[in-house]
Design a protein around this ligand. Structure first.
Ligand code: C2G
Length: 130
């Protein structure tokens, strides 16, 4: 059985998120998703997500293509998470290209093309125009 692992904030869930999760699931038999915490986002981006960690986890866990969800507490713990879930493949969008190449000793690393024309920032901008 091939396990795929991926990570993200998945705030204001949109089709770009759906596409990468579906494509990740197609690469293996089991998809495990790490959802980053509000605190991690606050530290990284200077603002908390619109939806809190629990809400974002509930949405991801409800998807047919996702088998397991866990909280990503630190960006630096990816190695631990890969080992913990015995992941065979790590997937991230190509905005992260090169960042996780060091994990190639542990598992395959795939960077999938992002869906063009959609992002959480775009969604916020669209809502602002309402
Ligand atoms: N994504 C995509 N297409 C988009 C938007 C996002 O393929 N139009 C992908 C990203 O490349 C990422 C995943 O969806 O692989 C989640 O994106 P974000 O929620 O923006 O997550 P991010 O803040 O990049 O991840 O360890 C990583 C952290 O959890 C943060």
């Amino acid at each position: 059985m091939k396990t795929v692992i991926t990570f993200g904030t998945f705030d204001l869930f949109h089709v770009g998120h759906l596409n990468i999760l579906r494509r990740s699931a197609e690469l293996g038999d089991r998809l495990v998703v790490g959802v980053s915490t509000d605190e991690l986002n606050l530290a990284k981006k200077g603002r908390a997500p619109v939806y809190c960690t629990q809400e974002r986890m509930m949405i991801i866990a409800a998807l047919d293509c996702v088998d397991e969800v866990f909280i990503e507490e630190s960006l630096e713990r990816k190695r631990d998470y890969i080992l913990q879930f015995s992941a065979d493949i790590l997937v991230m969008g190509d905005d992260w290209r090169g960042h996780f190449d060091s994990f190639k000793q542990l598992c395959d690393v795939h960077y999938l093309p992002r869906t063009q024309g959609i992002s959480t920032t775009d969604v916020v901008a669209r809502i602002r125009k309402y």
